[in-house]
Ligand binder design. Sequence first.
Ligand code: ZN
Length: 335
Amino acid sequence: MNNKIFYCEGCKDDVSTYVEDREEIFNVRGEDITINSKVRVCDNHHHDIYDEALDSKNIERAFEKFRWENDYLKPMEIKEAREKYGLSQRGFASLLGVGSASIARYETGAVPTNSHHTLLKNVRDNHEFVKDLYENNADKLKRLDKRRMEERLDYEDAQSIMEETIQLYLKKTQIESNPIYNGYIEFNFDKLMNLIIYFSKNIGKLSKTKLMKLLFYTDFRNFKETGLSVTGLSYKKLPFGPVPNHHFLMLDSLMEKDAIDIMPFDSYDGEYIVPLIEFDMTWFDEDEMNIIHSVVKDFKYTNAQIISDHSHEEEGYKQTEMNDLISYEYAEILK
Ligand SMILES: [Zn+2]
């Protein structure tokens, strides 16, 4: 799928192309970030060809690496910090004393300025800091934002953090955020949920063991093609193959969300996934859908044992110590 026809400026013609891995340095907030870029090249003379989709993914990877190295909040964390207090983007901006356009950009992937970064980190980590901000800036908030925020502040005070399964799962997946173990993508719970819904709707009585392998192949194949995983999951080497990290919590969270149910096979030999919600394809881009289709096509009629044996042959699995995370760098040599 990467050998697409493109117009080559060098050849002045439509030519067949391929994608090459190349070390590239991006400047993010004054810092040089080196990543392994995917660059489209013409078959004839190896001219570089501009491919907007690949290029934006390269930039995304550079941003993700920068955020990780500098402990920056991820776009999703910024959104969560805002929603925790029931605020609109405008309301959140007024609370922090920054422009609302900045908040909108940060939530869609732009890297915050240094001072905004410090501010956002305090909001995420320090409930008292948020209360002080509210004391000082309440008059700048619209009535609805004000009412919601007051409710949330009361709620947060009363709550003293009761861990629910999903919260616990999100927290645990965020701890392991070294991009080489999550495929340079921030973990996305909704995307994971929809991917599992898709598999369980398209493969009858999808067993838990088989699901784990399908996720692994989806993420690693997509990384091989684009340099990014689909879900942002990390995978661990366990005796029965590569498995998403915290996979028990993962399934428990989906059940808590009423997205899936888990039923025993008639033979009582393992369990399978029952989808309870509709699949929402808007979470996936075209490249990702192609990969997902290829995984279903290749493994639909293959039983879990054979996929499991296949995954044991992968270099990423063989080279990793038991119970350790598997680096996405091994995706390059996926079988
Ligand atoms: Zn050319």
